[in-house]
Design a protein around this ligand. Sequence first.
Ligand SMILES: Nc1ncnc2c1ncn2[C@@H]1O[C@H](COP(=O)(O)OP(=O)(O)OP(=O)(O)O)[C@@H](O)[C@H]1O
Ligand SMILES: [Mg+2]
Length: 243
Amino acid sequence: MIKIENLYKSFNDLEVLKGLTLNVEVGETVTVIGRSGCGKSVLLKHIIGLLTPDMGDIWVDGKNVKMLSKSELYKLRLNIGVVFQGSALLDFLSVWENVALGLTENQKITVDKAKEVARQKLSLVELEGVENKRISELSGGMKKRVAIARALAVDPLYILYDEPTTALDPITARTINELILSLKRKLKITGIVVTHDMESAFYVADRIAMLHDGKIVFDGTPTEVQTTDNKIVQNFVKGGGQY
Ligand SMILES: Nc1ncnc2c1ncn2[C@@H]1O[C@H](COP(=O)(O)OP(=O)(O)OP(=O)(O)O)[C@@H](O)[C@H]1O
Ligand SMILES: [Mg+2]
């Protein structure tokens, strides 16, 4: 499981996280909602050890991320797939090379094997026959699927999605939500989805946690979110993810 305990992080005088606590149990999908700039991406970066806490701890499978050596951190990252905000695909590589990046970079694997794994993962995200295309030839929704396939390439135990539906039209966003849910069911993967898209949050979540002013101010099931009298949550949900 992923356990975040009393996490603090500032950048110069900007206090972003101020005692954030959140647990994610094995097999569940938790969405973290909160307005733009509240620290959602910063939170995800701590889980994979790209940022170090000023204070507090993050435990993944019982390991304290900030205590890990470089090689231990590297091993941990092989268990965590990340779908970065904006997909972060490399335009100068083909679709399959993007999907296989984590494999070819980190492990000794033949080109044929890497391409085969890429093809499997692309079929898991319902993309077939595109492996030799360039990234620039794809639509926004297809790029998102390629980014998800890349996150899945190493067969991770955990997957972190950073704004998976932002910048997509509502219909395409819905197909990505359906994909997130079906992958969760098929692969029994543990997930965190950060988003300010409320429809997405409700659709994919077992639990929804609201990040506000550096802390998780509410944590409950989608039904509890709809019935809470917490004003911050109510305003956020009513505004469809805006204030
Ligand atoms: N490496 C960094 N150096 C300095 N400031 C940073 C850094 N990373 C993030 N910040 C600041 O921390 C705050 C939170 O950023 P973050 O990217 O986590 O927001 P977010 O909740 O993901 O927003 P969005 O929904 O727009 O993606 C912002 O004010 C941002 O400018
Ligand atoms: Mg972000």
